[in-house]
Design a binder for this molecule. Structure first.
Ligand SMILES: Nc1ncnc2c1ncn2[C@@H]1O[C@H](COP(=O)(O)OP(=O)(O)OP(=O)(O)O)[C@@H](O)[C@H]1O
Ligand SMILES: [Mg+2]
Length: 326
């Protein structure tokens, strides 16, 4: 099957991700797929949480932290600025403290604590997580293309979703038990809504958001996850391992795309030995790729003469991925 057929045959798969090790072409393929889908008349958002701002680079436009930016008709790109979100959290916490205690200014000790908490890596992860959930739950686009950071992180995200989920399940169950007692107490005290109720509602809301986002990511009907590989031994081995891990988290794999294939026709021309050797090496690993991943290989993308930036280059990549035409 070709990549195009996979899209044509599964019109309900609206969440698209490209996974793979660093620098293999995830952002390039995300942008090219977004471009192709937009040209087909779908409203597409391609987004990333990468602080390197690689979508800004590929589209040659500064979009970092600016929300969804229109790149061309139907095509929107968004780069999440986690630091900005953390600052918003901090402001929220400060405001809550001021409101709760009727203070004019947050005391220094508490301010120190707020600063220290923001530097925690967990804080950044959770800010990113929240932003992704907001985007995915939003639902304004026909297609969402999540330009992932290298593999380890994507796995971390998924494992975090499941850890979060279990944790919230536990707390929610406890809260629900407590609520029964509290309701009685609240009625007796003639309070409208007990404080416990509010916490429970907040937890249920978080749980809803996490369930919704992780169920989207693991739903075969709605999600397509593609792996990017290149014809090199270590990459093939790593990809096999990663595919195993993804299966463990129930992430549905839609297929593999091979990148940076040196055009085989070059062998018929007069070329230096250096290039001839590279061609022979790639031939060996391309065979290995087809033995290993078989008909799950959906496209071969050549090594271009330059890097992929700007819409005309993105269009060329989209053409080889999906075939020319409309
Ligand atoms: N087929 C290709 N021909 C030429 N250059 C390519 C090709 N594919 C990718 N590149 C270039 O390789 C570099 C890395 O590609 P890209 O940024 O898409 O990888 P990535 O997997 O998103 O990396 P990261 O893991 O850092 O996010 C970019 O400069 C890109 O333009
Ligand atoms: Mg990238």
């Amino acid at each position: 099957m070709s990549l195009r057929e996979v899209f044509d045959k599964n019109p309900d798969r609206r969440y698209i991700m490209f996974g793979g090790k660093g620098g293999l072409g995830k952002t390039t393929f995300s942008a090219a797929t977004a471009y192709w889908l937009a040209k087909q008349g779908h409203k597409v958002l391609v987004f990333s949480v990468d602080p390197q701002a690689s979508l800004s680079d590929i589209f040659c436009m500064d979009i970092f932290g600016k929300g969804p930016v229109e790149i061309m008709p139907n095509l929107y790109a968004q780069e999440i600025d986690a630091d900005k979100r953390i600052k918003e959290y901090q402001d929220e916490i400060r405001q809550k403290i001021l409101d709760m205690y009727g203070m004019e200014k947050v005391p220094d000790e508490i301010e120190d604590y707020i600063q220290a908490a923001a530097a925690e890596p967990a804080m950044e992860e959770s800010a990113i997580f929240d932003e992704v959930v907001d985007i995915v739950v939003g639902g304004q686009y026909d297609y969402y293309i999540y330009d992932l950071v290298p593999l380890g992180h994507a796995l971390y995200y998924l494992s975090m979703a499941s850890v979060y989920d279990q944790w919230i399940d536990k707390i929610t169950a406890l809260r629900e038990e407590m609520e029964e007692y509290n309701k009685v107490a609240a009625v007796m005290k003639r309070e409208k809504e007990s404080e416990e109720d509010q916490i429970l509602r907040e937890l249920q809301d978080i749980k809803y958001r996490i369930n919704k986002s992780s169920s989207i990511l693991t739903d075969k009907e709605k999600t397509a996850f593609f792996f990017v590989v290149i014809p090199e031994e270590m990459i093939i081995l790593d990809t096999q391992k990663a595919a195993g891990l993804f299966a463990k988290f129930d992430v549905p794999l839609a297929g593999y795309i091979v990148n940076r294939v040196i055009p085989a026709e070059l062998a018929n021309q007069e070329i230096p030995d250096y290039l001839r050797n590279r061609l022979a090496m790639q031939k060996k690993y391309l065979n290995k790729i087809s033995q290993t991943f078989g008909d799950e290989v959906l496209a071969n993308v050549p090594e271009f003469e330059r890097d992929i930036t700007g819409l005309p280059m993105i269009e060329r990549v989209a053409e080889v991925m999906f075939g020319g035409g409309e």
